[in-house]
Design a protein around this ligand. Structure first.
Ligand code: SF4
Length: 307
């Protein structure tokens, strides 16, 4: 392991690439999600709350300029930020006709001199035309990333959480993005109902075999406004606490390719809605906790990666 830290942390990757910190400007462009329908006419993933996959810090307005200006001004004040990435973070960022997507991405990118474009989406919201559109932004000198939800490599688990797509659909979308040389960040969740470490280990092995450029690991959060909350009330499962999640994460990092960029290790849920885990250490402290524990265990990303 070449790095001082025992895993390939996203912020360090960006700093090394650009010579200074780069900040994501997360926006909600008003996309919906086929798994929940336009106004939640469908149930969606069982862990999906009222706000869907929108991060708690995001505004809900559709005024992209206002969102971009507001976030950049905040980042400048708080961190003296100078470089930015445009991040279509909320819901399924490719769930629209290609002509609408082009208009929205073009407009978003015109609002500031962004260095990269990131679009979060679902495997069933990608096709060749959309991949072509996304790949086209590389001609503007931008790095283009797609964040693709997998959550588990077990169709049984995907059915249980009502993901609305299969592992096979995920693989098809992943390979399509590979064909266009678009960088992919895979999302997984640790602690899904009915899954033990053995299941999660298989998911990580599966992800490692794909060698994605990025990975986001989420610890299961059960929010009061979700279908999963009603299942949780049966008492048959709980979300992992921080020490359990730390152990899963360390073992997962050891199995991953050393070059995969680790873009997230925990989940953000609005505190007032979070039901389980009842206690989880703050995000920044979790990073210190995991780094210290990895050093203690002489552990590092890729330690058990089998190429
Ligand atoms: S894919 Fe995302 S937005 Fe859609 S239902 Fe699942 S969690 Fe919610």
């Amino acid at each position: 392991m070449l790095h001082e830290e025992p895993f390939n942390k996203y912020s360090r990757y960006l700093k090394k690439k650009y010579g200074q910190p780069v900040y994501r400007v997360g926006i909600d462009a008003g996309f919906s999600c086929p798994n929940r329908g336009k106004d939640r006419g469908k149930p969606g993933c069982t862990y999906c709350g009222e706000n869907g996959s929108r991060a708690p810090y995001l505004g809900t307005g559709q005024n992209l300029k206002g969102q971009v200006d507001g976030t950049i001004s905040f980042l400048k004040d708080r961190y003296s930020a100078r470089l930015y990435i445009l991040y279509f973070q909320a819901f399924s960022g490719t769930f629209a006709p290609v002509s609408d997507l082009k208009r929205i991405y073009d407009y978003g990118l015109s609002l500031a001199p962004f260095r990269e474009l990131i679009v979060a989406t679902r495997p069933d919201c990608l096709d060749r035309k959309k991949a072509e559109l996304l790949a086209g932004y590389k001609n503007m000198g931008l790095d283009v990333w797609v964040e693709l939800g997998l959550q588990s490599c077990h169709n049984r688990a995907l059915t249980l959480i009502n993901r609305g797509h299969s592992v096979e659909q995920f693989v098809k979308a992943f390979n399509l993005l590979r064909e266009y040389d678009i960088k992919v960040t895979v999302h997984v969740i640790f602690g899904l109902p009915g899954e033990n470490w053995h299941d999660m280990q298989k998911t990580i092995k599966f992800v490692a075999s794909l060698r994605p450029e990025g990975l986001k690991i989420h610890n299961l959060n059960i929010s009061a406004d979700t279908a999963m909350y009603n299942e949780f009330l049966t008492g048959e499962f709980t979300a992992p606490l921080d020490l359990r999640h730390m152990d899963y994460t360390i073992r997962a990092l050891e199995m991953l390719p050393p070059e995969t960029i680790i873009m997230r290790l925990t989940t953000d849920t609005k505190h007032e809605k979070l039901v389980s885990p009842g206690y989880f250490i703050q995000k920044a402290k979790f990073y210190s906790l995991i780094i210290n524990e990895m050093k203690k265990r002489k552990s590092y990303q890729g330690k058990h990666f089998l190429s």
